[in-house]
Design a protein around this ligand. Structure first.
Ligand SMILES: C[S@@+](CC[C@H](N)C(=O)[O-])C[C@H]1O[C@@H](n2cnc3c(N)ncnc32)[C@H](O)[C@@H]1O
Length: 282
């Protein structure tokens, strides 16, 4: 089962569902498009707040999207979940609650399936599809190169970027980052080690009794810098990217920035309006 992260867990799902309904309202006018909902980090179907002391259960994004019938439903649903037990519980819940829906669940790494999705959407059959995608990882599993080809297709994609929870934690204050972490940052941002260091660190000089001492210092606002960087990077491959919805812990620490990227201007406008509403509630 997926564990409850904080109030943002509920808000990100509400944002997605509100957008999906607006998307489906528009798509009702285009009955010739096949509508696909793709979820790259599908989860187990339910999110449990605290297994030991609390029985608060949140219905996960997958179930919330499948249950939408009005203004119309999606034609196809494709769920990817790397954890087999999560995938099995999701499958069981869907079969019990929506026995008649056309649903595919794959136990796989999201990056593998995103690349297959890109190839499919660029094929003759795939060109008849319009896609709403949701990328809700628990860490930095999404690889930049999974998005590059996808950005040339008719997709509206919501991405939760772990700016505080992931990127900022890997960027050590003194710049001494392990090779494994550098590799992860590089795959996640699609940037080289040098580009990452140039962007997030500056060299400082201390004037001591024995002369000058140079050292590397991390930029103070690395979380917001990483959000700006990711948004700019998205905007290089997609025509339109929204402002972020900022997800904070109860202590006020920024955990994620949530963006929607698309090649459709109306999509950006609708998503920005929804994001502004939820940012103002925070
Ligand atoms: C934050 S949860 C998703 C919650 C879900 N959106 C919901 O509302 O119920 C992230 C999920 O991604 C899965 N996961 C982690 N790494 C993955 C990967 N590389 N590819 C696909 N799924 C992965 C985890 O097992 C976990 O269930």
């Amino acid at each position: 089962m997926n564990q409850f992260g904080g109030n943002w867990t509920k808000k990100k799902i509400e944002i997605l569902v509100e957008y999906a309904k607006a998307y489906l309202t528009i798509m009702k006018n285009y009955p010739y498009w096949q509508l696909l909902y793709f979820d790259g980090f599908a989860g187990s179907g339910l999110i449990i707040k605290d297994r030991h002391t609390d029985i608060d259960v949140t219905i996960g994004s997958a179930m919330r999207i499948i249950e939408i019938e009005e203004p119309r439903a999606f034609n196809n649903y494709y769920f990817v979940e790397k954890n087999k037990n999560n995938a099995l519980s999701l499958e069981k819940l869907i079969k019990e609650n929506f026995p008649d829906k056309k649903i595919i669940i794959k136990v796989e790494d999201c990056n593998v399936k995103l690349k297959e999705l890109s190839n499919f959407l660029q094929s003759t059959k795939g060109k008849k599809f319009r896609v709403l995608a949701y990328i809700d990882p628990c860490g930095m599993q999404l690889e930049w190169n999974s998005l590059e080809k996808l950005a040339k297709t008719n997709i509206d994609i919501w991405i939760l970027v772990p700016t505080g929870l992931g990127v900022n934690r890997l960027l050590k204050k003194n710049g001494e980052i392990s090779n494994a972490w550098l590799k992860r940052l590089s795959a996640f941002l699609g940037l080289s080690e040098k580009q990452i260091r140039d962007y997030f660190y500056k060299e400082e000089t201390d004037y001591t009794l024995f002369g000058e001492e140079k050292h590397v210092k991390k930029e103070v606002d690395a979380i917001s810098k990483s959000a700006t960087l990711y948004r700019d990077r998205l905007n290089k491959i997609f025509k339109y990217v929204t402002q972020p919805f900022v997800l904070k812990s109860t202590q006020g620490n920024v955990m994620y920035h949530m963006f929607m990227a698309s090649n459709n201007k109306t999509a950006q406008k609708i998503a920005n309006d929804i994001i502004a509403k939820y940012n103002n509630q925070a």
